[in-house]
Design a protein. Structure first.
Length: 712
């Protein structure tokens, strides 16, 4: 079955057809065009295979060039048209969607090799013809002279007509012949070039192996080599070339000449450098971007023993406000001005500044003594921001938060260093901004742990990693257990049991506190129902206290969620107490208090938790829908000895008297000794909780305590 027209074989035949149409008219052959095309087909196949081969083999292309001479393609137009055809169509028809830049470079090298093979074969043919002429000299001296002249003319035509630069030198490096293309590339006359030696063309940007390869070639140890090489032009500019140098041997196989083929790649290289610059520099400020900064940082971190680095991570304070109020154009001008100032701060060797994005900049210093150098760099940066920036007639104050990381090379990765600097910068911003902070490994570890806990919170709730412990609420008058406060815990797979202070702030920050709080409320109410069923008519049913966060207070579903949970579990509202911190209700408007009032009207108790830690007006208690004041544990610390501090006693006595006058019950936290319990009882407090009675624990232990109290 034949290949499809668009398959590899079909594309190879189209390439061969184009090639034969271009070359056949200038070929001195007796073959028909179809026969000539059939002869070119295997040559095209060899070029296609060489283009796609794993490693580059110039021998295939040189063989193709020699085969053209064998096919009587000795007219100079044959090579020129062949090279044009290969340059235009080889990658197009035989590239098979490979990496185009690499394939075009491979195609260029194949063209060089073809030209070298063609030149070698043509020269060998010329030498062979000359030998034949010499042997027939006695018979036809005139015919020999004419054949010699024709052979030399053909070689000269090919040499001069080549589109790439060609030169021939002896093994001592003396330039013998150059073609017009090479003269135009260098901008020199033929006499000036022919007076040069190959070693005069050394350039500071030469690759280390260039001249080693050259020595191996002229000594006969290698047949050719290919490098990218720069040359100095007379006008001071630099000529970049793809250079292929091949060794030409005589009829006995001894090295005789060196043939150099040069392709001018200056414009291509300039374009590459421009694209590289655009890919590694910020378009707005012209500073190096994140990509180039990471390259430099990784290089600094990979430096040898004794080398250190210092890094300053800067984030502008209040930049969003400038964008929002003056517009993004003004914000961009501010960033450009800041970039210019930062660049002036990093002019010393081993220093650089980059823009990571937005209003974030980073400065790097390297060397053996960066301990002091990074502090000096940070001072220069902060001082550079002191002067206001004038934009559209406005003087804008520029403030920045700076995170500093310094240390020896080789101990951390670039990502770890930048993460530490970022954490430190946000620590400076959290402390009020317009300041610099030095990285602290312990603070970094805490921040990383917080981030890990934050990302693990959503799945932790789904996997059931949270559980609840209960701390009893004891009546100070008769010592009976009246209820318990529900305290949520997180059984983390790596960190073990975590208290609410470790994850509740994170849950509030991420918004997960609403579903987590709903789960805690439902589980606690279910537990209260279980206690009621277990006690039966043995005593007063245990009440459950559940904490509400400020985020839950503003959630529109708070009242309905509470009603639904109570109805599903069959628990009456008077068995539930919701605790709200005093700070959450300071200055609360009617909109915030409305859901609490609705819950209070249903019979749910509202406790004002941590009372005494805020600065609310005591008169505000009259407008709050609370029925219980829960004194903060700070009031009990001064009562550990008997008798207690008189000042503490007067304060607590006043609060209790005020609460009772408003028909509010008083609960005290943090009771740890019998002396505290006795003092609070004498002051008239109603209930208390603390380690003196019991630590938070499983619901079964609380039920056991309640049974002991009930049986006396």
């Amino acid at each position: 079955m034949s290949a499809a027209p668009d398959g590899p074989e079909g594309r190879l035949r189209r390439l061969t057809t184009i090639w034969s149409r271009a070359v056949y008219p200038v070929t001195a052959t007796s073959l028909t065009r179809a026969e000539f095309e059939a002869r070119l087909l295997p040559l095209a196949d060899r070029l296609s295979r060489a283009l796609r081969a794993r490693s580059f083999d110039p021998g295939e292309a040189k063989a193709v060039g020699a085969a053209l001479v064998d096919a009587h393609g000795t007219d100079p137009e044959v090579l020129t048209r062949t090279l044009d055809c290969v340059d235009a169509y080889l990658v197009l028809y035989c590239g098979e969607d490979g990496p185009q830049d690499e394939l075009r470079l491979r195609s260029s090298r194949l063209q060089h090799a073809m030209a070298a093979g063609y030149a070698q074969a043509l020269r060998d043919r010329t030498l062979a013809e000359q030998e034949a002429v010499a042997q027939a000299a006695l018979r036809a001296q005139g015919v020999v002279a004419e054949a010699l002249h024709a052979s030399e003319a053909r070689f000269r035509a090919v040499f001069e007509g080549a589109a790439i630069g060609v030169s021939i030198a002896d093994l001592d490096g003396n330039v013998l012949q150059v073609n017009g293309a090479l003269l135009r590339m260098f901008g020199l006359s033929e006499s000036a070039l022919r007076g040069r030696r190959v070693r005069d063309w050394k350039h500071p940007e030469d690759a280390p192996q260039t001249w080693r390869l050259y020595d191996e070639l002229v000594s006969g140890e290698r047949e050719h080599f290919h490098v990218e090489k720069a040359f100095n032009r007379p006008d001071g500019t630099v000529l970049w070339t793809n250079l292929t140098v091949s060794l030409l041997r005589d009829a006995d196989g001894s090295p005789q000449y060196q043939l150099a083929l040069m392709e001018d790649t200056t414009e291509r290289r300039l374009l590459h450098l421009r694209l590289r610059y655009e890919a590694t520099h910020d378009a707005l400020t012209g500073l190096p971007n994140r990509t180039l900064f990471f390259e430099r940082l990784e290089k600094a971190l990979a430096a040898g023993k004794g080398q250190r680095f210092g890094l300053c991570y800067l984030d502008l304070d209040g930049f969003k406000a400038i964008n929002d109020s003056l517009g993004h154009a003004a914000g961009d001008r501010l960033l450009v001005e800041v970039a210019d100032r930062l660049q002036s701060c990093t002019a010393a060797p081993g220093e650089m500044v980059a823009r990571l994005g937005g209003d974030e900049f980073v400065a790097l210093t390297t060397g053996p003594h960066t301990e002091q150098g990074v502090d000096e760099l940070a001072d220069r940066i902060m001082n550079a921001l002191v002067t206001p920036v004038s934009i559209d007639g406005r003087d804008l104050l520029v403030r920045g938060s700076l995170g500093i990381v310094e240390g020896p090379a080789g101990e951390r990765t670039a990502a770890e260093v930048l993460r530490s600097a970022d954490i430190t910068m946000y620590r400076a911003k959290s402390a009020g901004g317009n300041r610099a902070e030095l990285a602290d490994p312990e603070a970094d570890a805490r921040a990383i742990t917080r981030h890990g806990l934050t990302t693990a919170l959503p799945t932790a709730l789904e996997r059931g990693e949270f559980f609840i412990e209960y701390q009893p609420l004891v009546h100070l008058g008769d010592g009976t257990v009246r209820g318990a406060e529900a305290l949520v815990r997180w059984l983390h797979p790596q960190h073990g049991v975590l208290g609410p202070d470790r994850f509740i702030p994170l849950a509030e920050h991420t918004g997960l506190i609403v579903p987590l709080g709903r789960w805690v409320l439902e589980e606690s109410v279910r537990q209260a129902r279980a206690w009621q069923e277990a006690e039966g008519d043995k005593g007063q049913p245990l009440r459950i206290n559940v904490n509400l966060s400020p985020c839950q207070l503003t959630h529109p579903g708070l009242v309905q969620d509470t009603v639904d949970i109570l109805e599903r579990t069959g628990v009456t509202p008077d068995a539930l107490c919701l605790e709200v911190t005093e700070s959450a209700l300071i200055g609360a408007d009617d909109g915030l208090l409305k859901p609490l009032r609705r819950l209070a009207e249903m019979g749910v108790d509202i406790a004002l938790d941590d009372f005494g830690t805020g600065y609310s007006n005591l008169a505000n208690l009259r407008r709050l829908p609370v029925s219980i004041l829960k004194l903060d544990r700070s009031f009990t610390r001064g009562m550990q000895q008997f008798p207690a501090d008189p000042v503490d006693l007067k304060i607590v006595e006043g609060i209790v008297s005020l609460a009772h006058s408003l028909d509010l019950a008083v609960t005290v936290e943090g009771v740890e000794t019998s002396a505290q319990a006795e003092q609070l009882r004498l002051l008239g407090c109603d209930t208390a909780q603390g380690w003196y009675y019991a630590r938070p624990g499983p619901p079964e232990r609380l039920h056991a305590l309640a049974l002991v109290d009930a049986t006396g």
